[in-house]
Design a protein around this ligand. Structure first.
Ligand SMILES: Cc1cc2nc3c(=O)[nH]c(=O)nc-3n(C[C@H](O)[C@H](O)[C@H](O)COP(=O)(O)O)c2cc1C
Length: 148
């Protein structure tokens, strides 16, 4: 099974991880430098950049930046253009695809969709073949340097 790393500040993403019932490494503020040592998916909520220092510390540790194969973004659509801004920025910076976007701790449908994405990737499907979030199907200027 493809590995998962996630970050959570107020617990919503952690609840989503509980719901998908897949093993995942939680990036901690106390000790963010953890070596994934294998290909993995990153699941992150969205906040202003200064609140994501632990995620940056995690990503810049050992080969974590190289081993990331895709990102799942959590957020709140009331933030409009800034919806899932953290996932979008990491995707653009590291040139890795966003695989899925969801709000808060996810709906039952989100749980099903993400479990399917993880299983498909684990079965050898490429990140280009899995379902993509609808926000990313059009032309989004915010993602001008986003690469799929
Ligand atoms: C101070 C603050 C800033 C936030 N900024 C954004 C944002 O820019 N974009 C977004 O989509 N959601 C934003 N959110 C919503 C969170 O990303 C969302 O509630 C998420 O599910 C929280 O995950 P967590 O509980 O795992 O930390 C913000 C929430 C707070 C409290």
């Amino acid at each position: 099974m493809v590995a998962i790393a996630f970050y959570s500040i107020t617990g919503q993403t952690e609840r989503f991880i509980d719901k998908i019932q897949l093993k995942a490494h939680q990036i901690s503020d106390a000790n963010p430098k953890y070596d994934m040592g294998q290909k993995y998916i990153l699941i992150v909520p969205s906040y202003q950049d200064f609140m994501m220092d632990s995620v940056v510390d995690f990503l810049t540790y050992k080969d974590n930046k190289k081993n990331i194969i895709g990102i799942i973004g959590c957020g709140n659509r009331n933030f409009n253009d800034l919806f899932a801004q953290t996932a979008k920025k990491i995707a653009a910076t590291l040139k890795v695809p966003i695989l899925y976007l969801l709000e808060f701790s996810g709906t039952n449908q989100d749980v099903k969709n993400v479990r399917k994405i993880v299983h498909d990737l684990s079965a050898g499907q490429s990140t280009k073949e899995v379902q993509k979030p609808k926000e990313l199907r059009g032309n989004i200027s915010f993602l001008s340097d986003y690469r799929d």
